[in-house]
Write a protein that binds this ligand. Structure first.
Ligand code: GLU
Ligand code: ASP
Length: 495
């Protein structure tokens, strides 16, 4: 049996900005994985709705928007499967590797010219691959440090920088090549990015990661394997058969599929909460914390719903409603996707400093969530102004989008880093292995809702659209802020 101490001792404890060397492997692997993901997302929407003569698939705008959200939702929903596979079958390192391969293949498929079929095959591979990779690579970060290591939180912050550096560079490179030359070349670059990530991981894994992620935490007993595998296989076969039949009969349309994902996005977290609350392994304090986590989950969900529309609605806005010439310079609509990660990189240190500076006086977790949500709401409310001032027939200054992305990032910096750690502390001990997946479910649920919501946007509905969503977020933020002391009480000592 490998103990936590064995793992920590097997990892060179210094060598990467005063952090364990393993962090370097994880940092660059995740850098490249996010480079491929956000590079692909920066051009995918345009690829779907651009006309055939522009190299696109000529899908209807609202369908393309909806597919972006469904895709985003499934990418994070599949984390549950990835978490389970690592926990019970392969351990995290192997699972991350398999995930990387699937992701790389997924992008490579899109690099080939093809239509809707190749798009869906690529999506399936990337959904599975990201589910295998993303939650598990984040949990290896936690494995590198002993439980009382004070560097742990800053380790996660460095890792978060890696994520955002990848997300920052990708739209500039993949976006430019994809839009100015050829979409498939862009997707090819995303595949190459993931390839680099896999190389880094393979080359540095043995030396830097030691035993971290190499063991199976809760292995499936030999005698159970057969039963579990056959059930999974049968389940899979039934779903595939029904799916095939429904597609054949023309019953399964993109709209129906979208609806199913939207429902799953809400049902899965609900089941999660019920199971955690009712489990006999959950004690009274933990039950109370599960209840406290519900309003936080909902707020994070609404936050991500707005933030994730940055690559859907605001991307459409960048392309269709924004004046893209600055002086004699023509900017690419894809570049706006670099703003979020750029602001994260620029302002994360400021927030870190602020929390240290405020020490005990810093806002509680529920209050940080409320403030985060407030900023998200205001990022939509400001988008009312250009249409209000000039109508929707003229192009508007790109700085409106810059402002909107800036505001959402202020919210992201308040909510996202504390969100993961709050999940870790509030989830019952018996569910520790699922914590990462539970946090990613906030994004999955958010985008499941978006899949319906984003269909409603068009320049005619613009003021209403941004106004109503922004207002809902702000009202919810106020309610959360006012109920923060109550939630805090239910958190039973967790801060
Ligand atoms: N943008 C972050 C990432 O890609 C956050 C993801 C999320 O929780 O939605 O890792
Ligand atoms: N800020 C996002 C995340 O932390 C990246 C993005 O939206 O581009 O990775």
């Amino acid at each position: 049996m490998i103990t936590k101490q064995d793992i920590v001792q097997s990892v060179p404890q210094k060598g990467f900005f005063g952090h364990p060397k393993g962090l370097l492997s994880l940092f660059f692997t995740e850098f490249w994985e996010r480079f491929s993901y956000y590079g692909m997302r920066a051009i995918l929407l345009y690829y779907m709705y651009y006309e055939l003569n522009q190299g696109g698939l000529n899908l209807e705008q609202s369908t393309a928007n909806s597919i972006m959200a469904v895709y985003g939702s499934l990418v994070y929903m599949s984390g549950i499967i990835g978490g389970w596979i690592a926990d019970r079958l392969f351990g995290t390192t192997k699972t991350v590797f398999y995930g990387g391969i699937a992701i790389m293949l997924g992008h490579a498929v899109l690099a080939l010219p093809g239509g809707l079929t190749t798009l869906f095959i690529s999506m399936a591979l990337i959904i599975i691959g990201t589910g295998l990779l993303k939650p598990n690579i984040s949990s290896i970060v936690g494995d590198l440090y002993s439980d009382n290591d004070v560097r742990r939180d800053s380790g996660f912050s460095i890792f978060y920088m890696g994520i955002n550096m990848g997300a920052f560079l990708a739209p500039l490179i993949v976006g430019t090549i994809g839009l100015n030359y050829n979409f498939h070349l862009g997707f090819g670059l995303a595949a190459i990015g993931m390839f680099f990530g896999l190389v880094v991981f393979m080359v540095t894994k043995k030396k830097y990661l030691g035993l971290a992620g190499s063991y199976v935490p809760n292995p499936l007993a030999k005698e159970d394997r057969k039963k579990v595998f056959s059930r999974i296989l049968i389940g899979f076969a039934i779903v595939a058969l029904i799916g095939y039949f429904l597609i054949q009969q023309g019953i399964m349309t993109i709209d129906l599929f979208t609806m199913i994902v939207s429902i799953l996005g809400i049902v899965i977290p609900t089941i999660f909460f019920i199971v955690m609350y009712r489990s006999s392994k959950t004690n009274a304090d933990e039950k109370s914390r599960v209840l406290a986590y519900i309003p936080l989950f909902i707020s994070a969900m609404v936050f991500w719903a707005i933030a994730e529309q940055g690559s859907i609605i605001l991307a459409q806005y960048a392309d269709q409603r924004t004046d893209l010439t600055i002086g004699s310079w023509e900017i690419s609509p894809a570049w706006f996707q670099s703003l979020n990660p750029l602001f994260i990189i620029a302002f994360a240190p400021l927030f870190a400093w602020l929390w240290v500076r405020l020490g005990e006086r810093q806002p509680s977790t529920p209050k940080k969530f409320a403030l985060g949500l407030f900023f998200a709401g205001s990022s939509f409310l400001v988008m009312i102004i250009p249409a209000y001032l000039n109508g929707t027939d003229t192009l508007v200054s790109p700085y409106w989008l810059v402002l909107s992305f800036f505001l959402v990032v202020m919210g992201e910096l308040l909510l996202s880093p504390v969100g993961l750690s709050a999940t870790t502390k509030l989830a019952p001990g018996a569910f520790a292995a699922q914590t990462m997946s539970l946090w990613f479910l906030t994004s999955a649920a958010a985008q499941a809702i978006n899949a319906q919501v984003v269909k409603l946007y068009n320049p005619e509905t613009e003021i209403m659209y941004f106004g109503v969503i922004g207002a809902i977020a702000i009202v919810l933020a106020l309610v959360l802020f006012l109920s923060a002391p109550i939630i805090q009480r239910y958190m039973r000592g967790v801060r």
